[in-house]
Design a protein around this ligand. Structure first.
Ligand code: 2PG
Ligand code: MG
Length: 473
C-alpha cells in the first residue's frame, strides 16, 4: 500500500484553515483568488486533505507568443492549484536554467521536455507529499533535479510545480494565496514600480536603458498609485504622439522609445509627470532599470544611442549626474553583473539617497545577497521566482535581504501571462514593492487588477508601503 492509500495518512495530513480568525470563510474568497484558476470548485468546508494526488502540465503561450510551462496540482481533498512560469529576455548569467527544447520549432524555445518532466518524473516524486509543506516539497524538487542550476529537469518545470502547490494549498484552506503565505497579518500593499517607456532588450535596443519607470511615494493607497500612474502613462503617450514619435509599445507595455539620447527619455518622463499634474519627485518619482549587463562587460559600457563607450567610473559619473538632475529614487543594475567593485563604489556614492537594486547582479539568490551585503554592493534585491526555480529559494533571498537590511521588490519577467502569483507573493511576504512592467497589455493589467482586489479585500487593514528613501530637497 502506498502512503497515499493509507487512511491513517489522510487523517494525519488534514489541512484545514490555518487560522480560524483569518479570512471570511466565504467560499468566494477562494473563488476570487488566483488559487482557484481551476475549473474545479474549492472543497467544501472542514478539514481537507492536502496531500498531492495528481500533477498535470501543459505547454501554454506567453505574452511574446512563446511557449511556457503551466502546471496543475490536485490534492487528495479535491483542491486544485494552477500556475504558469514567466520568461526573461535580459537575464543574469547565474539564473537557474530554463529548459528549452532547441531545434527548429518556435525558434528552439519549445518546452515539451519540461512539460514531460513535470508529468512523469516530478509527478512520481511529489504525489503523496503535502502541498502545504512548501519547503519539503521544494527540497524534493531540488534533490530530484540534482544539479546546481536545475539544468536537468528545468527551473521552468520545478517552478511551475512549486507555485501550483502553493495555490492548491491556499485553495484547500479556502483563503487567497497572499493570506495563505502571510496569514491575516499580511496587510502591507506593495508600492508599484510601473514602466512608462520600455527600452533595451525589450524594445529592439532602440535606447540602451531598459526600464524608465515611475513610483508614487505620496499615494495613499495602491489604487491611488495606479490612478496617478495611469495619468502619467496617458500623458507620456500624448507627448510622444504630439512629437510624431508614437510607435506603439515595447514588450512590457511601455511606450516604444523614439528618443535621440537616453537622457531624452528622462526629460520626457518628467514632462509627462508634470503634464499629468503631479509634482515630480514629491508625488511621482522615477525608477530606472539600467540592465547594464546587457551593454557592459568587464567594465566597458557601450551606450549605442549616445555613441559613448564608458568605463565603470564613467558609468557611475553618468548616473550620478542623472540622479542630481532628475527625481530618481531607485536604480536597478546600474553596473554589470561582473562589476561588483563598481557596484560598491556606486553604493558608497549614492546608496544613502537612493535604492540600488540587484537583479542580474543577485539573481534572487540568498548567498549572493549575503555576499553583496558583506561588500556593501547595493541595498535592495529584485525577487523573481524563475531566477531560482522554487518559491522557497526565492523566499530565502527575501529572508537574506531582510537579515542584511536590503529592500525587496517582487518582479515579473518581460515574458508574462495571466498568472498573478507574484502579486500574492509581494503581499503575503510583505516585501513592500512590486514591479510588473507597464500600464498596458493584459498580462500586466491582470497583476495590477489582482492587487486592487487584494487591497479591497484587506479593506481598512491595508496600508501602502513607502519604503523608498525620500530625496533630500
Ligand atoms: C528585468 C526584467 C523585467 P527580463 O530586467 O528586471 O523588466 O526583464 O524579464 O527580460 O529579465
Ligand atoms: Mg532588471
Amino acid at each position: 500500500m502506498s502512503s497515499s492509500d493509507d487512511p491513517r495518512a489522510i487523517a494525519a495530513s488534514s489541512c484545514g484553515p490555518r487560522d480560524s480568525r483569518s479570512g471570511t470563510g466565504d467560499p468566494g474568497d477562494a473563488a476570487s483568488s488566483s488559487s482557484d484558476h481551476g475549473d474545479r470548485a474549492a472543497p467544501s468546508a472542514g478539514a481537507v486533505d492536502c496531500r498531492i494526488r495528481a500533477v498535470r502540465a501543459r505547454r501554454v503561450w506567453d505574452s511574446r507568443g512563446r511557449p511556457t510551462v503551466e502546471a496543475e496540482i490536485e490534492l487528495a481533498g479535491g483542491a486544485v492549484g494552477r500556475a504558469i512560469v514567466p520568461a526573461g529576455a535580459s537575464k543574469g548569467s547565474r539564473e537557474a536554467h530554463e529548459l528549452r527544447d532547441g531545434g527548429a520549432p518556435f525558434g528552439g524555445l519549445d518546452v515539451l521536455q519540461a512539460v514531460a518532466h513535470v508529468e512523469t518524473e516530478i509527478a512520481r516524486a511529489v504525489v503523496g507529499l503535502r502541498a502545504d509543506d512548501q519547503v519539503a516539497l521544494d527540497q524534493r524538487l531540488i534533490e530530484l533535479d540534482g544539479t546546481p542550476t536545475k539544468s536537468r529537469l528545468g527551473a521552468n518545470a520545478t517552478l511551475a510545480v512549486s507555485m501550483a502547490a502553493a495555490h492548491a494549498a491556499a485553495a484547500a484552506r479556502r483563503v487567497p494565496l497572499h493570506e495563505y503565505l502571510g496569514g491575516a497579518a499580511a496587510t502591507l500593499m506593495p508600492l508599484p514600480q510601473i514602466q512608462i517607456f520600455g527600452g533595451g532588450a525589450h524594445a529592439g535596443r532602440r535606447v540602451d536603458i531598459q526600464d524608465f519607470m515611475v513610483v508614487c511615494p505620496a499615494a495613499r493607497t495602491f489604487a491611488e498609485a495606479l490612478e496617478w500612474t495611469a495619468e502619467v502613462y496617458r500623458h507620456a503617450g500624448l507627448v510622444m504622439q504630439a512629437r510624431g514619435a508614437s510607435l506603439g509599445v515595447a514588450d512590457e507595455g511601455g511606450w516604444w522609445p523614439d528618443f535621440v539620447s537616453n537622457e531624452e527619455a528622462l526629460t520626457t518622463l518628467v514632462e509627462a509627470i508634470e503634464r499629468a499634474g503631479y509634482a515630480p519627485g514629491e508625488q511621482v518619482a522615477i525608477a530606472l532599470d539600467i540592465a547594464a549587463s546587457d551593454f557592459g562587460r568587464e567594465g566597458r559600457y557601450t551606450l549605442g544611442l549616445d555613441a559613448k563607450v564608458l568605463d565603470s567610473d564613467g558609468m557611475i559619473e553618468l548616473l550620478l549626474g542623472w540622479i542630481d538632475a532628475y527625481p530618481i529614487v531607485s536604480i536597478e543594475d546600474p553596473l554589470g553583473e561582473d562589476d561588483a567593485d563598481a557596484f560598491v563604489r556606486f553604493t558608497r556614492a549614492a546608496g544613502d539617497r537612493l535604492q540600488i537594486v540587484g537583479d542580474d547582479f543577485l539573481v534572487s539568490d540568498a548567498a549572493l545577497v549575503a555576499d553583496a551585503a558583506a561588500l556593501g554592493a547595493g541595498n535592495a534585491v529584485l525577487l523573481k521566482p524563475n531566477q531560482r526555480g522554487t518559491l522557497s529559494e526565492t523566499r530565502a533571498a527575501w529572508d537574506a535581504a531582510q537579515a542584511h537590511g536590503y529592500a525587496g521588490i517582487v518582479s515579473a519577467r518581460s515574458g508574462e501571462t495571466e498568472d498573478t502569483t507574484i502579486v500574492h507573493l509581494a503581499v503575503g511576504w510583505g516585501t513592500g514593492q512590486l514591479k510588473v512592467g507597464s500600464f498596458a497589455r493584459g498580462e500586466r493589467m491582470a497583476k495590477w487588477n489582482e492587487a486592487l482586489r487584494i487591497e479591497e479585500r484587506l479593506g481598512p487593514r491595508a496600508t501602502l508601503a513607502r519604503p523608498l528613501p525620500r530625496r533630500p530637497r
